[in-house]
Design a protein around this ligand. Structure first.
Ligand code: GLV
Ligand code: MN
Ligand code: MN
Length: 416
């Protein structure tokens, strides 16, 4: 493979690493929704956006938004976006790369307006880490933040509404965050976060569909008791029930691939060596591109939890958190991206995303597309997450060609 990349690709990577240094935990990149280090991120992104000719503001949900004007004020609007929050101990590229590349695309226009405006958005929240509710930033721009959502609390009991106020935002201004009617398309660039492109030696993927997700919290409530005096047959061990269930989750998903199911978070009370666990709280995440298969799987997996709990006289509470259908992306824009990649001289394939993305929220409302960049070693949600400069260059060249094709695309004019 011949390796060519440019200063602009190298700069994208160094900017992503600069943003990765904005963190709540020194030595890691840990930046959930609206934590103080997001102010630092906004400072850097704002500077880059303004230098590229954008007018910048932070909306009432904490999304940073830069508008690059068109040749005429009423022109239709394209959105280029991804998210700026992270999972705990994250890598530097998940979400952030899409925002930084979007700013780079605007820089490449050198102040020359297009017949459509471009709004670059850095979403404040996509991962669902702080409130167990993902996509808060993108839900705001499609007008789907409800009173119930604002009342959700984090581990410290802080509501989303209070978190907005603490970040100097005004929740009463949320209606102003909604995208204008003349928004005609949405494009998100993102690392693949999986091994498929690398295994086929491809720099780029064009997403056809994003898998649906089920998320839930399970609480196993048994009886805490003395670990030395309570015979095994008289115990109600919440951890033993949870453990049996967790391996059942793995067994079920392994025998129903490409279904994936994960228990990623477990908390035990009281959490002492010499106490039988009285309470275990665990997370569940189930994904598949086919909603019927995912729903059947989720039901079976929850039944396994009931069985494991009943066997031990342990109570089970299931709190559903997310039931998001799979989302197809726009076929016209998919073709346009394929043609743009080929024209720019880069090989690509269509790919279904197992990861969730803000595009899931935008696609039902606005024609949407996603361009993936190969993930070295298929690694993501991990501090060693990486991207190759030559792939960043391929993505920039493809996206610039996509912007040129949109200029001549007549369907956008119906949104003017
Ligand atoms: C987001 O990264 C998700 O797919 O969970
Ligand atoms: Mn992401
Ligand atoms: Mn992520």
């Amino acid at each position: 493979m011949s390796v060519t990349f440019t200063a602009r690709a190298t700069r994208v990577i160094s900017r992503c690493r600069q943003l990765a240094a904005c963190t709540e935990v020194p030595g890691e990149t840990t930046r959930p929704f609206l934590v103080p280090s997001m102010h630092q991120v906004h400072g850097l992104v704002r500077n880059w956006m303004e230098a590229a000719g954008m007018t910048v503001h932070v909306d009432a949900m904490g999304n940073i938004r830069g508008l690059y004007p068109a040749t005429t004020p009423e022109a239709p609007r394209l959105i280029l976006a991804s998210h700026l929050d992270t999972v705990p101990n994250a890598g530097p590229f998940d979400g952030v790369l899409g925002v930084v590349v979007a700013v780079t695309l605007i820089e490449q226009l050198h102040g020359q307006p297009l017949p459509y405006a471009i709004e670059v958005i850095g979403f404040s929240e996509e991962e669902g880490v702080r409130y167990a509710k993902p996509f808060l930033g993108s839900l705001a721009v499609v007008g789907k933040i409800t009173r119930e959502i604002l009342a959700l609390t984090d581990n410290e009991g802080i509501t989303i509404e209070q978190a907005l106020l603490d970040f100097n935002l005004d929740p009463t201004q949320l209606p102003d965050a909604i995208l204008p009617q003349n928004t005609f398309a949405y494009l998100e660039l993102h690392i693949e976060q999986g091994p498929v492109l690398e295994s086929e030696d491809l720099p780029l993927g064009i997403v056809d569909r994003i898998a649906g997700q089920t998320r839930a919290q399970l609480i196993f409530t048994g009886q805490a008791n003395h670990a030395g005096t309570t015979p095994m047959h008289l115990r109600h061990d919440a951890m033993a029930a949870a453990a049996e269930w967790i391996t059942a989750v793995e067994d079920y998903a392994s025998s129903h691939q490409p279904l994936v199911a994960t228990v990623g978070k477990v908390e035990t009370l009281p959490g002492a060596t010499n106490v039988i666990p009285g309470k275990v709280t665990a997370s569940l995440d189930v994904r598949h591109a086919d909603d019927a298969i995912r729903k059947t799987a989720a039901a079976s997996i929850l039944q396994c939890a009931k069985t494991a709990a009943e066997k031990r006289g342990v109570q089970l509470t299931i709190n559903p958190q997310l039931d998001h259908p799979a989302v197809p992306l726009n076929s016209r824009l998919i073709t346009m991206l394929q043609e743009a990649a080929a024209h720019a001289g880069h090989r690509s394939r269509t790919i279904t995303s197992g990861a969730g993305h803000d595009a899931m929220i935008l696609a039902p409302v606005i024609p949407s597309a996603m361009l993936f960049l190969r993930s070295p070693a298929g690694l993501s949600h991990h501090r060693d997450e990486n991207v190759l400069p030559q792939d960043v260059e391929a993505a920039i060249a493809t996206a610039m060609e996509f912007l040129a094709r949109l200029r001549d695309d007549k369907t956008k004019d119906t949104h003017a």
